[in-house]
Design a protein around this ligand. Structure first.
Ligand code: B16
Ligand code: MG
Length: 217
């Protein structure tokens, strides 16, 4: 029986990928590193330090742990500065309607994001009230594809893993949700999210009754 829905943030509730891209691009430009849109796609759902490592590997650059932390912090300052322009209009299509329907029907809802800025983004969106709990990059040690943040989220809303449905836009997140033992709805393209139980283009396409039937049969 499904009792809870666990939502990724970036790419599912709102699209902060462009802000992440611009902040990484500035860091890369300042350090004369190559950084493309294609590499940026590989950073979806990946933690801040792991994202930096992907960029460093691509450029064959080796740095000390301290230097990596310093650069990750610089990127984060740029990213946070850009979040000031986010408003409730930046909720992705169908998000408010789907969350409202879930809560009206008695389902528990939680965020499960790799981001350490989830609270700030949700505050800007004025969307914190749509969720019973927020689990994020501050809640767990291991980031996706490790299942930790989803397991943390399920526990926080009083559900067992098998009673939860995950909504994810990134391959690493779909993998994490499956490892956690949850049903997974992929939001995006079937090519990237084929490992999910069902894939929709966006939340606006989801028919709740259809999904519950499909995931519990
Ligand atoms: P921060 P999600 C992820 O969020 C982003 O998709 C990813 O691009 C970012 O690097 C990661 O959060 C960490 O974010 O630097 O804000 O801690 O998709 O898991 O909600
Ligand atoms: Mg995401």
């Amino acid at each position: 029986m499904i009792k809870g829905f666990v939502f990724d943030l970036d790419g599912v509730i709102t699209d902060t990928a462009e802000y992440h891209y611009l902040a990484w691009k500035k860091l890369a430009d300042d350090n004369n590193w190559k950084f493309t849109r294609e590499i940026n796609e590989k950073l979806r759902g990946v933690s801040r330090l792991d994202s930096l490592q992907i960029i460093l590997d691509y450029n064959e650059v080796e740095l000390s742990f301290e230097e990596k932390n310093r650069l990750a912090n610089l990127k984060n300052t740029n990213y946070i500065n850009s979040l000031g322009s986010i408003t409730p209009k930046d909720l992705l299509p169908g998000v408010k309607e789907f969350l409202t329907e879930l809560r009206d029907k008695g389902y528990k809802t939680s965020i499960a994001s790799a981001s350490k800025n989830a609270n700030l983004v949700l505050t800007r969106l004025e969307a914190k009230d749509l969720f019973d709990n927020i689990s994020d990059g501050n809640s767990v040690e291991n980031s996706k594809p490790a299942p930790d943040v989803f397991i943390h989220a399920a526990g926080s809303i009083g559900c067992r893993a098998k009673e939860c449905v995950v909504l994810e836009d990134a391959a690493a997140g779909v993998e994490a949700g499956k490892i956690a033992g949850m049903k997974v709805i992929g939001l995006g393209s079937i090519e990237t999210l084929g490992a999910a139980d069902v894939v929709f283009k966006g939340m606006y396409e989801i028919d709740l009754d259809f999904v519950i039937k499909k995931l519990t049969k």
